[in-house]
Design a protein around this ligand. Structure first.
Ligand SMILES: *Cc1c(COP(=O)(O)O)cnc(C)c1O
Length: 418
């Protein structure tokens, strides 16, 4: 690590014990949530010092969820992107985990914490239903009562995930207020928590919300980057040059990036949802140079936010529900501002094309979220591989989840039943 990097990243490289990542993060909550958040922070800090906690988490990650996930050398994709052979592209296979995405890493960690705190009831919010399904899964495993809040419109769009949650024994509560989508479900879950924090743990699904969630959820996903770093070293005898991950709230991306932050030679590229255009309302690209977000507070944390001139939260659009959120984890805001990570976006069309490409060329159907990371790599790798004297460009793309859940939309947009 160079000295200047060290100076620029004090908060990002530590546990952010005050909940701040530079100016971002913090704890912007009503008085009633100060105590449960302090209790959670204390429990998490204790758990980190307890080797028994990490052992139990490792056991579940291995035997229940399927870690470590493979790091797969995608030879045909490498050759397709750089025909000269000067790129070695690897896929981190989070799509192979139980429930089909990285989300189970965080859910297992928080379920263990909830049990440690003596909570018997779990609540969560969900948009597309993926986090709801992962939460319902750990609730069944730990014998917790579980309630998942979901926008009424999302429930209609994601009927299969609603049925999965119910089969797992979870109560799914429809949220009819506001835009009847994710951010309304989050507000409703917060209200529930305020009323029942004595016996209830709020299992938040990304690196969002008030401290300690952004740091804690990151730590539960950092296994992605720790494994990938080790696996790449074993395969190639050196570190990769560049990492790609899609960024919704930012949990799979920070999970991959974080263990590489001190490796100054490793570039990191987060890929946001470019949707169908650059106008506010048509995308979820918080870091878009013109038409992106400005810092503000949403749902407990200070970060980049898509908002109109009056400060009202903007509508967002993405073909992939998991990336369709107006704010982004505060640690990404810091990494963006100091230039340690760079952020780009892929449009709906580019993500669809990347999904098709990966399916045909490697036999892997990625989630549409993950397809954004593949699209970002398709756009950058050919130029990066030609840009310096290095013999080969080493690349890792995080495949955060599998595409089964997206088959409806893929069938319709690609005309697969014609
Ligand atoms: C939820 C989800 C995402 C987006 O969430 P992050 O917190 O940004 O990782 C990405 N990929 C998949 C497969 C998801 O289910």
């Amino acid at each position: 690590m160079t000295d200047s990097t060290a100076a620029a990243l004090p908060a990002a490289s530590t546990a952010a014990s005050n909940g701040r990542f530079g100016p971002y993060g913090g704890r912007y909550v009503p008085e009633t949530l100060v105590h449960p958040l302090a209790e959670l922070t204390e429990a998490y800090e204790q758990a980190q010092r307890d080797p028994g906690f990490q052992q139990e988490l490792d056991r579940l990650l291995h035997h229940f969820a399927g870690r470590p996930t493979p790091l797969f050398h995608a030879r045909r994709l490498s050759h397709h992107l750089v025909p000269s052979g000067r790129a070695r592209v690897y896929l981190k296979r989070e799509d192979l985990l139980h429930t089909g995405a990285h989300k189970i890493n965080n859910c297992l960690g928080q379920a263990l914490l909830a049990r440690r705190m003596g909570k018997r009831r779990i609540i969560a919010e969900t948009g597309a239903g993926q986090h709801g399904v992962a939460t319902a899964t750990v609730a069944a495993l730990f014998n917790f009562e579980c309630v998942v809040y979901m926008g009424a419109d999302d429930m209609a769009r994601q009927a299969l995930n609603v049925a999965r949650m119910r089969l797992l024994g979870t109560e799914v509560r429809a949220v009819d207020s506001g835009s009847r989508t994710l951010k309304d479900a989050i507000s409703e879950a917060m209200r529930d928590w305020v009323a029942r924090c004595d016996d209830t743990h709020y299992l938040l699904g990304s690196v969002l919300g008030a401290h300690p969630y952004p740091a804690m959820v990151r730590d539960f996903h950092a296994c992605i980057g720790r494994e990938a770093r080790q696996q790449f070293l074993e395969a190639e005898g050196r570190l990769p040059d560049v990492l790609f991950a899609c960024v919704g709230g930012g949990s799979n991306a920070i999970g991959l990036f974080h263990p590489f932050l001190d490796d100054a030679g490793v570039a990191m590229i987060g890929v946001e949802a470019g949707g169908r255009g650059n106008k506010l309302g048509e995308h979820a690209a918080r870091f878009l140079p013109n038409g992106g977000g400005r810092p503000g507070v949403l749902q407990g944390t200070y970060s980049y936010l898509l908002q109109d001139d009056a400060g009202q939260i903007a509508a967002t659009h993405s073909i992939s529900a998991g990336l369709d959120y107006p704010s982004i984890g505060p640690e990404h805001a810091l990494l963006h501002d100091v230039g340690r990570a760079t952020y780009t976006s892929a449009s709906d069309t580019e993500a669809l094309a990347a999904c098709q490409l990966l399916a045909r060329i490697e036999g892997i159907i990625p989630a549409l979220e993950s397809a954004h990371a593949v699209a970002g790599a398709c756009a950058r790798v050919p130029t990066l591989a030609g840009s310096d004297g290095k013999s080969e460009l080493g690349v890792i793309i995080n495949i955060s989840g599998r595409g089964d859940k997206d088959m409806d939309i893929l069938t319709r947009t690609l005309g697969l039943n014609a």
